[in-house]
Design a protein around this ligand. Sequence first.
Ligand code: SF4
Ligand code: SF4
Length: 167
Amino acid sequence: MLYEDGVPTPEDLEKVRPSPEDLARGPVVVIECFQRIPCDPCHTNCKSGCILPFEDLNDLPRTDPSLCDGCGVCVAACPGLAVFIVDLTAGGEGRAVVQIPWEYLPVPDKGQEVVLTDRAGRPVGKGVCLKAVRFRDRTYVLHLDVPAELAMEARGIDRRALVESPA
Ligand code: SF4
Ligand code: SF4
């Protein structure tokens, strides 16, 4: 539960799950932000208008998913590491591409296999790092090729596995 261990509940996640239509369209932002706090860089950094204006700085983000172009700037801008991009149309048959924030070292190399983890840090499968993008000096955004069935589960990678099996 979010307030006890920082892990959102299935009910929390259901509220921000993109519709099948949005997922079928291309890249779509998934904002797993559930606490009202005075914070809005996800909105102020989104130049496409996908993350809607806040009426109150404490509001939870709202989106128009049809406007998301998958640029990933919001992933890097969120101090809460709560923003992800999911693209079920990329990656080929049975695959998807997920963008996640990454604040640790090492940064995986292009083509490196990674151990995917869920929101609680538990391993859920394997993926491949397609690239690590950095917007100025912000948090890295990892583009991960993942099995399509893990697109809404994989929200991190195992740092220990990276250290133990460098590229
Ligand atoms: S990925 Fe780009 S277009 Fe989509 S919500 Fe984030 S900043 Fe906006
Ligand atoms: S920047 Fe991150 S933590 Fe702040 S409101 Fe947006 S999603 Fe929530």
